[in-house]
Write a protein that binds this ligand. Structure first.
Ligand code: CMC
Length: 432
């Protein structure tokens, strides 16, 4: 079949130029503009990447209009219902669901890398006790390259694998330690007889003084939350990881960069912001007044947990998490939880309001995740750190994918310069 082309023509009489149109397996085609500068001396201008595909990827597919999310082709609903987090991690990292033996082997490797270098525990004491967990995570994950410098040769696939296992295995330990340091309790060593998720909950909520027993409903809820957050194609933090990775930076540095990017309230920090917002609203009777403020351009209030760059329909992850929320509140006998009721009332008002309908603003994954975390007893500042724990799988898979992509290059955007033109230096005594 003849190559499909897109033609760019100019209103000033310059000759038009053709560009190849590339198709993926699903989703919109893309215009390959790599030769644009060579052919025209021009760049494209797309702040926020509203119409720019930054890479090819085989990992995650989103149809934002239909509210579809697939990991390696599998619908998120099926994975969240039927898989463990590590099974999904294997899928995201390797492209296929593991068979029984592959899964056992994968779990075994992860489980046997959960402990962190003992010296790392002393690294924590450099932080204030009230440091935000995301600040601690940025620092500690970045520091891993100093503790594990035997696995930072990015050109060696085995070294990349070891770093990947280390990151996935140690993130629950590091995140739980962040919490323990915050509340002044002793760090809990991982217990490898527990599952990945149980181990995280044990290291977070267990103490050396009492026996800790997993609750299957709560473990399942946390498992599901991790699955829902594991990857989300070229979002801001993943793009940050890829950008850092494109310079040849080591994997721990790249993941630390991803954590920093995730922290923002427009991205992973939204789950924490939702809780703060619900607290601030306080009661259903204040919803109309809050919605009025959100719609007032001068006020700069946002309805946190609503809206998404890609989803212009209900975020499929939000549906699953809302169901999980019901299950957790039922299990904990919190069916009349004030926060959950307030969240549902707020969602209802927003979904019926013209402002949100017109702009296609629907609840996203973070709208209900905070309510679940709160019910599980997880302190608000730790919410985004748990998002980071889960997303580490996606970050690593996307970072690794770069190495097998022949089109991969140093990521170096260009700009439309609007500053001063060339001018001569003026000595300080002659400046006005
Ligand atoms: N509350 C009120 N108005 C909103 C909201 C919101 N949450 N989100 C978007 N809008 C308005 C926005 O003001 C704009 O209005 P107008 O057309 O009149 O100027 C219109 O909707 C389009 O918004 P946009 O800013 O062009 O959309 P975007 O794609 O750049 O923003 C977003 C996406 C996620 C940054 C934004 O919706 C937002 O800040 N939401 C709240 C934060 C949040 O929940 N983030 C979590 C995202 S999901 C988790 C993750 O994957 O990280």
């Amino acid at each position: 079949m003849a190559e499909k082309l897109a033609t760019l023509s100019f209103s000033d009489g310059k000759p038009s130029v053709d560009f190849p149109v590339l198709g993926g397996t699903m989703g919109p085609e893309v215009i390959d503009v790599r030769a644009l500068y060579a052919k025209t001396g021009m760049f494209t201008y797309d702040p926020g990447y509203l119409s720019t595909a930054s890479t090819r990827s085989k990992i995650t597919y989103i149809d934002g209009d239909e509210g579809i999310l697939l990991y390696r082709g599998y619908p998120i609903e099926q994975l969240a219902e039927r898989c463990s987090f590590l099974e999904v991690a294997y899928l995201i990292l390797n492209g296929e669901l593991p068979n029984k033996q592959q899964l056992e082997q994968f779990v075994d490797i992860v489980v046997h890398h959960t402990m962190v270098h003992e010296q790392l525990s002393r690294f924590y004491s450099g932080f204030r006790r009230d440091a935000h967990p995301m600040a601690v995570l940025c620092g500690v994950i970045g520091a891993l390259s100093a503790f594990y410098h035997d696995s930072i040769d990015i050109n060696d696939p085995r070294s990349r694998d070891i770093s990947a296992f280390r990151l996935i295995a140690k993130l629950p330990t590091i995140t739980a330690m962040t919490y323990k340091y915050n509340v002044g309790q002793p760090f809990m060593y991982p217990k490898n007889s527990l599952s990945y998720v149980e181990n995280f909950l044990y290291m977070t909520f267990g103490t050396p003084c009492e026996e800790w027993k997993p609750n299957p409903v709560l473990t399942r809820a946390m498992e599901r939350i991790l699955i829902l957050h594991a990857d989300h194609e070229q979002n801001a933090s993943t793009s940050t990881v890829r950008l850092a990775g494109s310079t040849g930076a080591n994997p721990f540095a790249c993941i630390a960069a991803g954590v920093a990017s995730l922290w923002g309230p427009a991205h992973g920090g939204a789950n924490e912001a939702v809780l703060k917002m619900l607290d601030q609203i306080g009661d259903a009777k204040h919803i109309p007044e809050f919605i009025k403020r959100v719609k007032d351009r001068e006020d700069h209030s946002m309805l946190m947990g609503f809206g998404h760059r890609v989803y212009k329909n209900y975020d499929p992850r939000a549906r699953i998490i809302q169901k999980t929320c019901h299950e957790v509140l039922e299990e904990l006998d919190l069916k009349d939880d004030k926060l959950f009721k307030l969240a549902m009332a707020l969602e209802k008002v927003a979904l019926e309001d013209d402002y949100f309908i017109k702009r296609k603003l629907y609840p996203n994954v973070d709208f209900y995740s905070g309510v679940v975390y709160k019910a599980l007893g997880i302190p608000v500042p730790l919410f985004t750190a748990i998002f980071a724990l889960a997303r580490t799988v996606g970050w690593i898979a996307q970072w690794n994918e770069m190495f097998s992509d022949p089109d991969s290059k140093l990521n170096r955007p260009r700009q439309l310069f609007t500053g001063p033109t060339t001018r001569d230096f003026v000595p300080v005594e002659k400046r006005k």
